[in-house]
Write a protein that binds this ligand. Structure first.
Ligand code: AMP
Length: 566
């Protein structure tokens, strides 16, 4: 990869955002205006103004019947003039249900382009990473097929299973391809750790797609470090690693018995606190790379604790529908992360929050305003609502930069108020400060609107852990009640009024869960088809089945004991 040519590409793309967006739309309409779907609105015309005037803004349910027809064997041109070669399955843990989207190799080309750009930006900002290796927690899982025989899988797994993986040199990673490709993701995660520990001196960074995958990896390390040390000491990989190619590749990396290394790792892992464990085990590590914006921001304190506040790089914003943008200032603070949109990825339009009448182009968005992006891509989505809310924080050359604010439909409400995902995360961050002072860490959370009683109230599920390993979690009632109050104080004026004056909202409740609850919840979602690499703990739960799983693990309950000030 030529570093300076990638950075030059970035400059050209962002200076010429308007022209490139125009070209992208022109190309999409040239290829697809005669499809059955677009033909209804454009009658064969490729005119861009007609597209904007006639083609409706849609959500998944509007286009699902067309996507299903192609999946069931009808030709691609029901929705796109390009050939649909496979489908991406969205994670389904943010919006509740899994969706699937038609794609072809063009998407992989874009993924490669974005990956190269990300690396160039990191090399520019951080010295000496080129020499080291990346411990990257990537996983695949078996891919299924549509009734017509086209492959269906999560975006990351599909990419890794495609021939495109070969284009990414595995030299820079601590894990061989066989570990990434192992169909059993538990075996794969264990082997990623083993390979990373064996090459500890060479590790320059650790990464995963989303922050919660890294937290899972640390949890697995906590459960298995003795076994990992035994493997290193004996030079023999545990018998439960049964995938033959993965086992062979990891055995080769393990080499033979290494008593000294095993003792060293054992010494670090048996310390009474795991504060800074990442920097202690991997002494030459320079940064952590994973998405820490939006709902992933809840994991920032945990990653900072385990890494002694190493730089946390949140590299990009993307989805199964389209790739959007990258972080061109990787060393900024997590709360300041903004993604610069790449105009060559798809055609992007924006609908301002609360204004359904006006739809504007990428280069016309206004500083400070909140928008939902609409995607028109090369493989069958036209003016598709993403369901994410973004805020414009600046411009890089002529391309806007957006802060990820929240998922649009993730709200708590038990009366006429609405409390958004962003409101909940802010309240949570305040409560986290309170518990941190008493040596506790929040390991996972989710919430739901309980309207089974009158008045309804907010229920927040928390999993806590002591920062010091030798200490069992001992909760101080007063402190927990204070956390409930601190959260309520941070909610909006309508919540506080309904809670205080009219008793229309009941006291906020925190339910503390057994340790390991959120790990089991993730395993449950993965068993239902979610992908480990793209997994996101749901912020709000409404499924009675998932609530029942959580309820079984509640160990204590606390309520706020005063109404919040108005
Ligand atoms: P999926 O389709 O499973 O890949 O999930 C895509 C969704 O993940 C997006 O629509 C966002 O809601 C969320 N997401 C992706 N990238 C980011 C990011 N950088 N920050 C916050 N949320 C993100």
């Amino acid at each position: 990869m030529n570093l300076s040519s990638m950075l030059k590409d970035l400059e050209e793309l962002t200076w010429n955002a308007k022209q490139i967006q125009d070209n992208v739309l022109e190309e999409i309409l040239r290829v697809s205006s005669n499809t059955e779907y677009l033909g209804r609105f454009l009658h064969g015309s490729s005119d861009k103004e007609l597209f904007k005037k006639n083609v409706p803004v849609v959500s998944y349910d509007d286009v699902k019947p067309y996507i299903e027809r192609v999946a069931n064997g009808e030709p691609s041109d029901v929705i796109t003039g390009a050939l649909v070669t496979h489908f991406f399955l969205s994670s389904g843990t943010t919006g509740g249900k899994q969706k699937f989207f038609p794609v072809n190799n063009m998407f992989y080309e874009k993924m490669l382009f974005v990956a190269a750009l990300r690396t160039s930006i990191i090399y520019k900002h951080i010295k000496c990473v080129k020499q080291g290796k990346e411990m990257k927690f990537l996983h695949t899982r078996p891919i299924t097929t549509t009734p017509s025989g086209l492959p269906v899988g999560p975006m990351v797994a599909s990419f890794l299973l495609s021939s495109y993986l070969k284009n990414l040199s595995s030299e820079g990673y601590t894990s061989p391809d066989e570990v990434i490709l192992c169909p059993d993701d538990k075996q794969s995660m264990y082997c990623h750790l083993l390979c990373g520990l064996v090459q500890r001196e060479e590790v320059a960074s650790v990464s995963a797609t989303f922050a919660c995958s890294l937290v899972q990896a640390i949890t697995l390390l906590e459960h298995h470090w003795k076994e990992l040390c035994d493997n290193i000491r004996s030079g023999h990989v545990s018998d439960w690693i049964t995938d033959p190619s993965c086992r062979d590749a990891v055995s080769a990396i393990l080499g033979g018995p290494n008593l000294e290394l095993a003792d060293l790792i054992e010494h670090e892992c048996s310390q009474e606190t795991w504060e800074g464990i990442i920097t202690r085990l991997w002494p030459n590590i320079k940064f952590i790379q994973c998405i820490v914006t939006g709902q992933m921001s809840q994991y920032i304190p945990m990653l900072e604790f385990y890494s002694n506040k190493l730089p946390l790089i949140s590299p990009m914003y993307g989805a199964s529908e389209a790739l959007f943008g990258i972080n061109v200032d990787p060393l900024c603070e997590p709360q300041d992360v903004a993604y610069t949109f790449l105009p060559n990825m798809s055609y992007f339009e924006f609908q301002e929050e609360g204004n359904n009448d006006e739809i504007i182009d990428l280069v016309d968005v206004k500083l400070g305003c909140f928008y939902e992006p609409l995607v028109t891509n090369h493989h069958g989505l036209y003016r598709y609502r993403m369901g994410d809310i973004l805020q414009v924080t600046g411009f890089y050359n002529r391309s806007p930069q957006f802060r990820f604010v929240r998922r649009k439909n993730m709200v708590l409400s038990v009366h006429v108020e609405t409390t958004t995902e962003e409101d909940v995360l802010k309240a949570l961050s305040r409560a986290t400060h309170v518990i941190e002072s008493s040596g506790l860490m929040l390991m996972g959370f989710t919430c739901y609107s309980d309207i089974s009683t009158l008045p309804g109230h907010y229920v927040i599920y928390w999993e806590l852990k002591a920062k010091n390993n030798d200490v069992t979690v001992k909760l101080d009632d007063k402190l927990m009640v204070e956390c409930c109050c601190v959260m309520e104080e941070s909610f909006n004026a309508l919540y506080r009024r309904l809670r205080s004056k009219h008793d229309s909202i009941g006291a906020l409740e925190i339910r503390v869960m057994q340790e390991g609850t959120f790990y089991s919840l993730m395993e449950y979602f993965i068993s239902q088809g979610a992908s480990r690499s793209q997994y996101k703990t749901p912020i709000c739960i409404s499924s009675p089945h998932v609530l029942a799983i959580l309820e079984e693990k509640v160990i204590s309950r606390y309520f706020s004991d005063k109404t919040p000030p108005l």
